[in-house]
Ligand binder design. Structure first.
Ligand code: NDP
Length: 314
């Protein structure tokens, strides 16, 4: 299939905090970046309500409003922001190629990947319906709203253990549902969970339904050994069963870990392909915060600028 071709200095893929921050820096460095927003413009923050931990918003801000602010700032600096999805890339040559919606090929001297990650969900109708109304995939973002209340968390990996421990410092009781008779989390993280007096672990337990009409009021679970069902009143329901980075289209060219997070060099956003940089949740499986994503977006733009300068392109 033939597509039209456009050549740019800096292509930014993705429109969460990492992508927009990269855009602000790249624009101000006169790299004339072109940013493609992807399938979910604004990224994961578009499904968040109050954000109270992003510095600079003393009264807090709604996730979608914050992303609108990021977008406007990038636009004001001159970023060419476009709707569109990068459907494939070719990083085999000296100039990198990205196909947009099967229609346009962008040839880019540098590429900043900020495609983010998506939280995994259980796939229950009630979970989807109450998402943002008591159902959350981020304890650090939303735990504060359930201070002194009873909450539930699903999962048994390091994320679930870390988030359960975090919640135990805020909430009166944390009901933790583990689908097997053991946890996947590292020993030290498991010990923290076991040592928290207000975390109640339910082994061999799966979620049947999140209860509530407009907001979460409880959860129905089943013990998969005894088939016994029970209902637990909670106001918050946290899902911590892992994330999937949105990096499938890059995996033929870049090193990733076994889950798909792009591997970058130490203290930099450089991937193994010169001129291709990775930032935000596509590359960070540990912190995954808006502010850390914005930080690595900034780093990626600075790395791209240095690369383009060294090549004599800008
Ligand atoms: P993991 O894939 O490690 O764990 C996912 C957990 O969710 C597993 O316990 C799994 O159960 C459970 N799970 C999956 N699907 C379901 C389901 N449908 N119903 C119920 N439970 C389910 O993901 P994490 O996000 O915890 O960790 C990802 C990576 O990040 C890991 O390498 C981890 O070590 C790392 N990490 C490190 C941290 C740190 O060092 N501070 C903090 C957070 C993450 P099962 O075990 O039965 O498969």
């Amino acid at each position: 299939m033939s597509t039209s071709i456009e050549r740019v200095n800096c292509l930014i893929i993705g429109s969460g905090p990492a992508g927009y921050t990269a855009a602000i820096y790249a624009s101000r460095a006169n790299l004339k970046p072109v940013l493609y927003q992807g399938l979910e413009p604004g990224g994961q923050l578009m499904i968040t309500t109050d954000v109270e931990n992003y510095p600079g918003y003393p009264e807090g801000v709604q996730g979608p409003q914050m992303m609108e602010d990021f977008r406007k700032q990038a636009e004001r600096m001159g970023t060419d922001i476009r709707y569109g999805l990068v459907t494939s890339v070719d990083f085999s040559g000296p100039v990198h190629k990205a196909v947009i919606d099967e229609e346009l090929t962008i040839e880019a001297h540098s590429v900043i990947i900020s495609t983010g990650a998506s939280a995994k969900w259980l796939g229950l109708e009630s979970e989807q319906r109450l998402n943002g109304h008591g159902v959350s995939a981020c304890a650090v973002c939303d735990g504060f709203f359930y201070k002194e209340q009873e909450v539930a968390i699903v999962g048994a990996g390091d994320t679930a253990a870390e988030e359960a421990t975090y919640l135990s410092k805020l909430c009166s009781t944390v009901h933790m549902f583990v689908r097997r008779d053991q946890m996947r989390a590292s020993k030290v993280m498991q010990e923290r969970v076991m040592n928290a007096s207000n975390i109640k672990i339910y082994w061999n337990t799966e979620t049947v339904e999140v209860l509530g009409d407009k907001v979460v009021e409880g959860v129905k679970v089943i013990n998969n050994k005894t088939n016994e069902e029970s209902t637990i009143p909670v106001t918050g329901f946290f899902v911590a069963i892992g994330h999937k980075p949105n990096t499938d289209i890059f995996k033929d060219y870049l090193d990733t870990d076994d889950v798909g997070y792009i591997i970058t060099g130490p203290d930099s956003t450089k991937t193994k392909v010169p001129g291709v940089f990775a930032s935000g949740d596509a590359q960070d499986k540990i912190y995954r915060q808006a502010v850390t994503a914005a930080g690595t977006g900034c780093m990626a733009a600075l790395d791209a600028e240095r690369y383009l300068t060294e090549k004599g392109i800008v």
